[in-house]
Design a protein around this ligand. Structure first.
Ligand SMILES: [Zn+2]
Length: 196
């Protein structure tokens, strides 16, 4: 068996954006760090297997339904549609959105062969039918895939009378929601425009 340092470097270097050099630096940093910190880190990683998808909004959660879906202070009549669970973290950091979420787990992409059936669109439709929301906000990245997905959803939901809005174009075209800074994302949220 490889020595623990090599094994850790090998694992870390498989993470997105981490090359072997960074992995080596991180591994040696961890080796020198406080054992309590290391134990906390490894137990947080181990506990990831307790995480599953919320049966209401499809975000990742360790309890079902998730904390947002069961919250009494959230506005359950406003649903914000996002591409991935990490987008919820970006929006929650703004501390201004009070509604609930729905995670699609991807965006439509004819090039990559990602069709509506591959996303959690049917679950969204079912939920809208049951919950009759007052507003749906499409917080999808202003990329080709984000635009295609928004257009598809607007068409799918056109039979309903509630407003559908999309984040304002303050976000750089082609950029990913998760890289937007707080101020830009906050402004885009405030100035969302009605698309359906
Ligand atoms: Zn949920």
């Amino acid at each position: 068996m490889a020595n623990p340092i090599n094994e850790l470097i090998e694992h870390l270097s498989r993470l997105p954006g981490i090359g072997e050099r960074t992995a080596t630096r991180l591994a040696f940093h961890l080796m020198r760090s406080n054992p309590v910190f290391r134990e906390g880190l490894s137990s947080a990683i181990a506990r990831l297997s307790e995480v599953h998808l919320c049966t209401v909004c499809s975000t990742v959660t360790d309890r079902d339904p998730c904390a947002i879906c069961t919250s009494h202070v959230r506005k359950h009549e406003v649903i914000c549609v996002v591409e991935k669970p990490s987008d919820i973290y970006s929006i929650e950091r703004l501390h201004s959105y009070q509604g609930v979420y729905h995670v699609l787990h991807g965006l439509l992409s004819p090039l990559e062969g990602i069709a509506p059936g591959d996303l959690r669109i049917a679950q969204l439709q079912k939920r809208i039918q049951e919950e009759a929301p007052k507003e749906v906000i499409l917080a999808l990245s202003p990329t080709l895939e984000g635009d295609a997905t928004s257009a598809f959803l607007v068409k799918q939901l056109s039979a309903y009378s509630f407003p559908i809005s999309r984040l304002a174009s303050g976000l750089a075209i082609g950029s990913n929601l998760e890289f937007a800074d707080q101020i830009t994302l906050g402004k885009a949220f405030e100035a969302r425009t009605r698309v359906g």
